[in-house]
Design a protein around this ligand. Structure first.
Ligand SMILES: Cc1ncc(COP(=O)(O)O)c(C=O)c1O
Length: 389
C-alpha cells in the first residue's frame, strides 16, 4: 500500500509485545541481554541489529528515529540528547583538522559558539556567508571546503536561504550539505529535495511541541550517519528512552499542530504588520518579507514564528515583555503556549553587538512563538502590550 509519509510516521511503532498494547511500551533499560555468547559476539561485530546498550540504540529511540527518517525522506538517523549535541556530532564526526566549514552567519547562538570557539581548536577552519548576500556562497568555497551548514528560516531573524541554490553549489563542488531544519520542521520543508546530505533538528521545539523534553536528531545519508553513530556511541550524547517515547508520540500530532501554529502565526503577522508601534515585522509567508519568493518556493507554510522590531528600540522591547498578560516570557519556542522573547539579551547575548547587527538582530527585536491558543486571545494580549509600551 502506497501510504503518505505522515500516515506511515503515525503508524510506525515498536513491534507489539505479548501484552498486545496499542501505545508503545517504554524500554527504560541501560542494556539488553543475549541468549548466548555467540549472539552477543555477533551483535558487537555488527552482524545483527540486536540492541546492546542504550548509548548505542534503544527501541524507543529507534522508533523516534524511524519516524523522523520517514518524515524527512532520509536513509538513516541517530537521535541525541539535545539539538546542540546533534549539531556538534554532525560537525565532529565528519570534519577533520584542515577542513573548512562554510556557514550562514545567521545561526543559533550556541551553534555560533561551537563554530567560532571550539572547531578552530581542532584545526577546522570556518567562514561565514551573509544571509542577505547569496552570491557569497560560491565565492566563499575553498579547495578544502568539506561542509556547508545553514539554518532556514534562521533563528531569530527569519532570513530565508535558498536551499535549491546552495544545494546545487554543494553538489557541484562535492561538499557535504548540512541543514538545521528546526524552524520549518520536516512538514514545512524537505531539505532532502534540495540535495541535503545531513539534516539536524532540535526536537525540543516543534517536534515535542509541548515544552516538556530536550532532544535532537541527525538524519541523512547512511554512510555519514554511520560515522555519526560511531562518534555518538563512543562519546555518549544518547537520547533517553523516556524522552524518545515522548517525542515519538508527539510526532503523531505534528501535522495537525503545525497546521494550527502556522495559521495562527499568519493571522498574527497580518494583523500586526501595520501596527504604528512596530518598525518592521517579518513572517516568511507575508509578501513584504524580503525573501518571500524563496519562502513560498521551498516551504509548505510560513512556520510558527513571527518577529518584529519595536520603534522604541531596547526600552520599548523590555516594556512590551513586562506588559504581556498571557504570553509566556521564556527562552523556548515551539510550544502549545505562545511565547515572547528578546534575543539580543538572551539566546544571542554572547554575540557582540556588531555580530548581532550582521544577522539582523536589532536591540528591540521581539520573537513570538505562536501557540495553539485561540488566535484572538493571542492577538489581544499582543495588542494590549503594544498599546502600553
Ligand atoms: C535553530 C536551532 N538549532 C538548534 C537549537 C538547539 O537545540 P537544543 O536547545 O535542543 O539543544 C536551537 C534551540 O533553540 C535552535 O533554535
Amino acid at each position: 500500500m502506497n501510504q503518505d509519509a505522515i500516515t506511515r510516521a503515525i503508524r510506525t511503532q515498536i513491534e507489539r509485545t505479548g501484552e498486545m498494547e496499542h501505545s508503545s511500551p517504554l524500554y527504560l533499560t541501560s542494556s539488553f541481554c543475549f541468549d548466548d555468547a555467540e549472539s552477543m559476539r555477533a551483535a558487537f561485530a555488527d552482524e545483527s541489529d540486536d540492541n546492546i546498550y542504550s548509548r548505542f540504540s534503544n527501541p524507543n529511540v529507534n522508533e523516534f528515529t524511524d519516524k523522523m527518517c520517514i518524515l524527512e525522506g532520509a536513509e538513516a538517523g541517530y537521535a541525541t540528547a539535545s539539538g546542540m549535541s546533534a549539531v556538534f556530532a554532525s560537525f565532529m564526526a565528519v570534519l577533520k583538522s584542515g577542513d573548512h566549514l562554510l556557514c550562514c552567519n545567521a545561526v543559533f547562538g550556541s551553534t555560533h559558539t561551537i563554530i567560532t570557539k571550539y572547531l578552530p581548536r581542532y584545526g577546522i577552519e570556518y567562514s561565514y556567508v551573509s544571509a542577505d548576500r547569496p552570491e557569497e556562497w560560491e565565492t566563499s568555497i575553498r579547495p578544502n571546503t568539506k561542509m556547508i551548514f545553514l539554518e532556514t528560516p534562521t533563528n531569530p531573524g527569519l532570513n530565508i536561504i535558498d536551499l535549491g541554490h546552495v544545494g546545487a553549489l554543494a553538489k557541484k563542488h562535492n561538499i557535504i550539505f548540512n541543514v538545521d531544519n528546526c524552524f520549518a520542521t520536516p512538514l514545512g520543508q524537505k531539505p532532502v529535495d534540495y540535495g541535503a546530505d545531513l539534516i539536524v533538528h532540535s526536537a525540543t521545539k516543534w517536534l515535542d511541541g509541548q515544552g516538556r523534553v530536550l532532544g535532537g536528531i541527525v538524519v541523512g545519508k547512511k554512510d555519514l550517519i554511520n560515522d555519526i553513530h560511531l562518534f555518538c556511541r563512543s562519546t555518549g550524547p544518547a537520547l533517553s528512552p523516556f524522552n524518545a517515547w515522548v517525542l515519538s508520540k508527539s510526532l503523531e500530532t505534528l501535522d495537525v499542530r503545525m497546521e494550527r501554529h502556522c495559521a495562527n502565526a499568519l493571522f498574527i503577522a497580518q494583523s500586526l504588520e501595520q501596527h504604528p508601534k512596530i518598525a518592521f515585522l517579518k513572517y516568511p509567508f507575508l509578501p513584504s518579507h524580503p525573501q518571500y519568493d524563496i519562502a513560498v518556493k521551498q516551504m509548505k507554510n510560513g512556520g510558527g514564528i513571527v518577529c518584529f522590531e519595536l520603534k522604541g528600540g531596547l526600552e520599548s522591547g523590555r516594556a512590551f515583555l513586562n506588559n504581556l498578560k498571557m504570553l509566556s516570557v521564556t527562552a523556548n519556542l515551539g510550544d502549545t503556549r505562545s511565547i515572547a522573547s528578546h534575543p539580543a539579551s538572551t539566546t544571542h547575548g554572547k554575540l557582540t553587538e556588531q555580530e548581532r547587527a550582521a544577522v539582523n538582530i536589532t536591540p528591540g527585536l521581539i520573537r513570538i512563538s505562536v501557540g495553539l491558543e485561540q488566535r484572538d486571545d493571542i492577538l489581544n494580549d499582543l495588542q494590549q502590550a503594544l498599546a502600553a509600551c
